[in-house]
Design a protein around this ligand. Structure first.
Ligand SMILES: [Zn+2]
Length: 217
């Protein structure tokens, strides 16, 4: 099997995607829509994209995420991104998807709680529109925020775990692996587990070579 036929076969094959970064799954088409909304930022494709075959250092990747955060700073942006990402995974034959993202307060006034609400709203709207895909969400803890921010995120996850109708599955420890120490997060993560939340440990990822250790347990 080769060429178009193979592509079609793999696209139609039912798949699960257990580790999708919301802001790392934005397509070129969605990025164009976001850039058009914020022309004053003067952001170009090559600042937000890693094309096939390209390599970036870990530092460059985190720099890129900073720029992506700038163009996804309102509820409207987050809703657009969530829905587009889900639709594109569905079009690619994914039947079960776990999205993970770090709740953010943004300069545009979005709170961490509103960020999570907006992602969950996007998931709900896709379901109402009849997309053939089940989606769950993991709130990511950025280790750069330290244990205090981690505790806040755990609290947020606990609140939504109870109220989101099983859309919130758990937490994902993530962020720059060169910052801080994993053991600093044992206490909040342990508390999360006691509340019934699942945990993913996201230890290291480099450029487009994926070295993630992401285990849900
Ligand atoms: Zn990852």
């Amino acid at each position: 099997m080769a060429g178009e036929g193979a592509l079609q076969f793999y696209r139609e094959l039912p798949k699960v995607e257990l580790h999708a970064h919301l802001n790392g799954s934005i397509s070129t088409a969605t990025m164009k829509k976001l850039m058009a909304r914020k022309p004053h930022l003067d952001i170009h494709n090559d600042m937000t994209m890693i094309n096939k075959g390209q390599k970036r250092t870990l530092e460059e990747c985190f720099q890129m995420f900073k720029i992506i955060h700038q163009i996804t700073d309102t509820a409207e942006d987050i809703l657009l991104v969530t829905k587009d990402v889900i639709k594109e995974f569905a079009a690619d034959g994914v039947k079960y998807l776990e999205l993970r993202s770090t709740p953010r307060d943004t300069p545009a006034g979005l709170t961490k709680r509103a960020y999570v609400e907006t992602v969950l709203e996007g998931i709900k709207q896709c379901k109402e529109e009849g997309l053939d895909i089940d989606v769950g969400f993991l709130l990511a803890i950025d280790r750069r925020g330290g244990p205090t921010a981690a505790k806040e995120t755990v609290k947020l996850a606990e609140d939504f775990f109870c109220s989101s109708n099983e859309l919130v599955l758990g937490l994902d420890l993530s962020g720059d692996p060169t910052v801080g120490h994993g053991k600093d997060f044992m206490e909040p993560l342990d508390k999360a587990r006691q509340s019934g939340l699942k945990l993913a440990l996201h230890l290291s990822e480099v450029s487009n070579t994926n070295f993630t250790v992401s285990l849900l347990f």
